[in-house]
Design a protein around this ligand. Structure first.
Ligand code: PLP
Length: 360
């Protein structure tokens, strides 16, 4: 077998090696049952144990207080862009959004497409989304405020969350869920496609205040109704069983690593090393404002597009994959999610120094 390489993909992204190894070990015969989780009924006792464990582990790992529910949905974060306005904006109401990048924009567009009234109370679009806006006022009777806590493409992240008072705060945490300790009680609903920090593509994790389930109108599509999905503990229809199983293994891995606090310390070290390498020279240029820098997606440019191309191809030759920036930003993006080890960042930083020496 060829050795595994360092994976800086933005998503689907790196998974912890011990998780992949456990999947492999149990793939054909799950714990002596003689079948794979892939082949198992979602109504079986074994799968019921898996999905309950996954939800409980999520509560333990994330520190979710009582009164919240953990749901497993499908349709990616993108289905949540529709589900949120459908469930929570009632007739005559409007909702607030902060536009911090492409995913936030898509959430806004989806709400509008459904005929809902949207107030974009702040945006950093004029500055190519290079920072998180701090100057905004929540509309007093808004149905909710929606934010994107980490902007995967631009490489920015909220480092403090808006205090919305009694207005519900809803967050797309697809690319930074469980990267650091947060106070879940600040939020009313959190959602995340699993494929950045939590598992394989195909399952979306929703953490929501249980009393919000009652808000779902009866006339919305079944798969967008929190009341229906939540009321059946994510088993209204066939859930993405294998993906939920892998998410459970990822949560166990987080626990084995010492929990979120431990991972956060490593994540901070990884990001610090990388930003230091960028700041130390004029050869590399960070694309976002310092106070908005993401712990998960580090974006930077080189002096020319030719050098960027060369950087990417030489990095790949040296076993570092997925460093190409999104076309809207250009340059380089290193996605350093939880499962990307410190050694990967060490190697990247060493490569950066070397590359500059040869080409600077
Ligand atoms: C990747 C990503 C999405 C899109 O998720 P899908 O699961 O593909 O729908 C949405 N929001 C953020 C912040 C993302 O990083």
């Amino acid at each position: 077998m060829q050795e595994r390489i360092f994976n800086f993909n933005p998503g689907p992204a790196a998974l912890p090696l011990p998780v992949l190894q456990e999947v492999q070990k149990d793939l054909l015969n799950y714990k002596g049952e003689g079948i794979s989780v892939l082949e198992m009924s979602h109504r079986s006792k074994t799968f019921d144990g898996i999905i309950k464990d996954a939800a409980q582990l999520m509560k333990d790992v994330m520190g979710i207080p009582d009164g919240y529910k953990v749901l497993f949905s499908q349709g990616g974060a993108t289905l949540q862009f529709a589900a949120i306005p459908l469930n929570f904006i009632s007739q005559g109401q409007s909702a607030d959004y902060i536009n911090t990048g492409r995913w936030a924009q898509k959430a806004i567009d989806e709400a509008k497409k459904l005929g809902k009234a949207v107030n974009v109370i702040a945006t950093s679009e004029d500055a190519n989304f290079n920072h998180i806006p701090t100057d905004f006022q929540v509309t007093p009777d808004a149905a909710y405020l929606h934010i994107t806590t980490n902007n995967t493409i631009a490489g920015t992240q909220f480092h403090t969350y808006p205090d919305t008072g009694h207005i519900p705060l809803i967050a797309d945490m697809s690319s930074d869920i469980n990267c650091r300790k947060i106070d879940v009680s600040q939020f009313d609903l959190i959602y995340a496609g699993a494929q950045k920090n939590m598992g394989p593509a195909g399952v979306t994790i929703v953490v929501m205040r249980e009393d919000l389930l009652e808000k779902s109108p009866a006339d919305i599509p079944t798969m967008t109704s929190y009341k229906i999905i939540g009321g059946k503990d994510s088993l209204y229809n066939t859930p993405p069983t294998f993906n939920i199983y892998v998410v459970k293994l990822v949560l166990e891995w987080i626990q084995n690593m010492g929990g979120i606090e431990k991972l956060e310390a490593v994540n901070r070290q990884k990001a610090e090393e990388l930003y230091k390498a960028i700041d130390n020279t004029d050869f590399y240029r960070g694309t976002v404002k310092e106070d908005s820098r993401s712990l998960m997606n580090v974006t930077f440019r080189l002096p020319s597009e030719d050098l960027e191309k060369q950087f990417l191809s030489e990095a790949l030759e040296q076993g570092m994959l997925g460093l190409k920036g999104h076309r809207s930003v250009g340059g380089i993006r290193a996605s350093i999610y939880n499962a990307v080890p410190l050694e990967a960042v060490d190697k990247l930083v060493e490569f950066m120094t070397d590359f500059e020496t040869k080409n600077g």
